[in-house]
Every structure is written in C-alpha cells, then in structure tokens.
Ligand binder design. Structure first.
Ligand SMILES: C[S@@+](CC[C@H](N)C(=O)[O-])C[C@H]1O[C@@H](n2cnc3c(N)ncnc32)[C@H](O)[C@@H]1O
Length: 213
C-alpha cells in the first residue's frame, strides 16, 4: 500500500465538496432517502478539515472512511498530503460512489453498507487501518447498529487507530466509554466546529489497548 504523501499539481486540486453541484447532488440524495443521507448538504470545509486534521497519518497503512458522500473529508485528507491510494471508502449511495471514483481514481471506493463493515470491506484492506473516519448519520440508527460499526471498525484497524466521528447532536452518538463487543474504549470530544452549518462536534474514540484481545 502506497503511503507516500501525494505531490499534487495545483491543477489537480480537488473541489472542497461544498460546490453548488455537490450541494445539489446531496440534496437529491436527501430527497430520495433522508434517513440515509442524514443531512441536506455536504459537510463544510472547516468541519472536513477538522476531521482530517485530528489524527496522525504519518505511519504506514490505509485510512478507512465511512459515509464519504460527495467527498469533502476525502478532499481534506488529500489536501493534508494523504495519498489517495491509502484511502478506502465505504459509501452506500451509488451516485456518490461513481462521483468519488471519478475524483479519486487511486482510492478504493466500496459501494456497500457500513453497518455491516467487516463484510463490506472484506478483501479490500491489505493491512489494518491506521484510522477510521466516519461521517455516517449514526443518530438515525438504533444504538446496537452504531455499536456494531464501532466494534467492526476497531477490529479492522490497528490497536492505536482512532475512530473519528462527527455529529450535529450535542451528545455523543456512541457511549463515551465502554465496550464495543469485547473491545474496551474511551473517547474525547474536540472543540466544536462553529464555522459549519449547523455547528458540529467531533468525537475521537480510542481502544484501551491493555484490556483488549
Ligand atoms: C451526513 S452524510 C455525510 C457525507 C459527507 N461527509 C459529505 O458531507 O458529503 C452521510 C453519508 O453517509 C452515507 N451512508 C448512510 N448510510 C450508509 C451506510 N449504511 N453505508 C455506507 N454509507 C452510508 C450517506 O449516503 C451519506 O453520503
């Protein structure tokens, strides 16, 4: 897996994901299935940057992105210097998947269900992920589904890999600490991203390595 930071020519810069066209795409997805889209417009650039900026990607290994939508967080990762080829995305919406494949031809775009993550990602991760970064609208799903995403994400990632999740809710969409399956974890909340509509919170969940299998 290539972990070299990409040296991108200015002409190759990706759009931020908040262009009018992307907003229209996102709105269409929301009209078709509001419970899946989870929002009427893409995440703003400040939120995307904060998501992409809260973990260390300098080591080897893939970054697993869940619910990338039109790709604002992906764009922020690439802008930070993450090579596209390290990004493995799981997105349910077929139209978004096509768009992501055009924009990030070197990334892996899996059209699949992030709530059945082990199965969806099967065969696509050469090594455990160094981070899992999720824009899934977790609050629209029952608690056991959310817990399963976290558990599967931890199982697919290195012991020290964070699970990064944003939410528009004031409370964490997952228990702040506890067990995901048999994996113990804790979490921290980052300062709110006020320059996003609506303002958003980012939570970072980490395994407690000593207690884990
Ligand atoms: C709140 S949006 C965020 C998307 C992205 N951050 C953006 O701003 O464009 C949630 C995304 O999760 C995707 N999604 C919802 N349920 C999913 C599932 N079960 N598996 C994979 N992706 C899912 C939606 O299609 C949507 O793209």
């Amino acid at each position: 897996m290539n972990n070299q930071a990409s040296q991108r020519h200015p002409k190759q810069r990706r759009p931020s994901g908040s262009s009018l066209a992307d907003q229209a795409r996102f709105f269409k997805s929301w009209i078709e299935n509001p419970a899946r889209a989870g929002a009427i417009s893409p995440s703003g650039p400040y939120l995307a940057r904060a998501m992409a900026g809260c973990f260390d990607f300098s080591g080897d290994g893939p970054i697993l992105e869940l619910g990338p939508g039109t790709g604002p967080v992906t764009a922020a990762l690439v802008a930070r210097g993450v090579a596209e080829s390290r990004i493995v995305m799981v997105e349910y919406d077929v139209t978004f998947c096509e768009l992501l494949r055009q924009r990030y031809p070197k990334a892996t775009v899996i059209q699949g269900d992030a709530y059945d993550l082990m199965k969806s990602v099967e065969g696509h991760l050469a090594t455990p992920a160094i981070a899992v970064i999720s824009s899934l609208p977790l609050l629209l799903r029952p608690p056991q589904d959310r817990q399963r995403v976290l558990e599967h994400a931890f199982r697919l990632a290195r012991n020290d890999a964070p699970f990064v999740q944003f939410s528009y809710g004031l409370k964490s969409p997952l228990p702040r600490a506890g067990m995901a399956g048999s994996i113990a974890y804790n979490s921290r909340r980052l300062p709110p991203v006020l320059l996003n509509v609506p303002p958003a919170h980012i939570w970072v969940f980490n395994r407690l390595s000593k207690a884990n299998p």
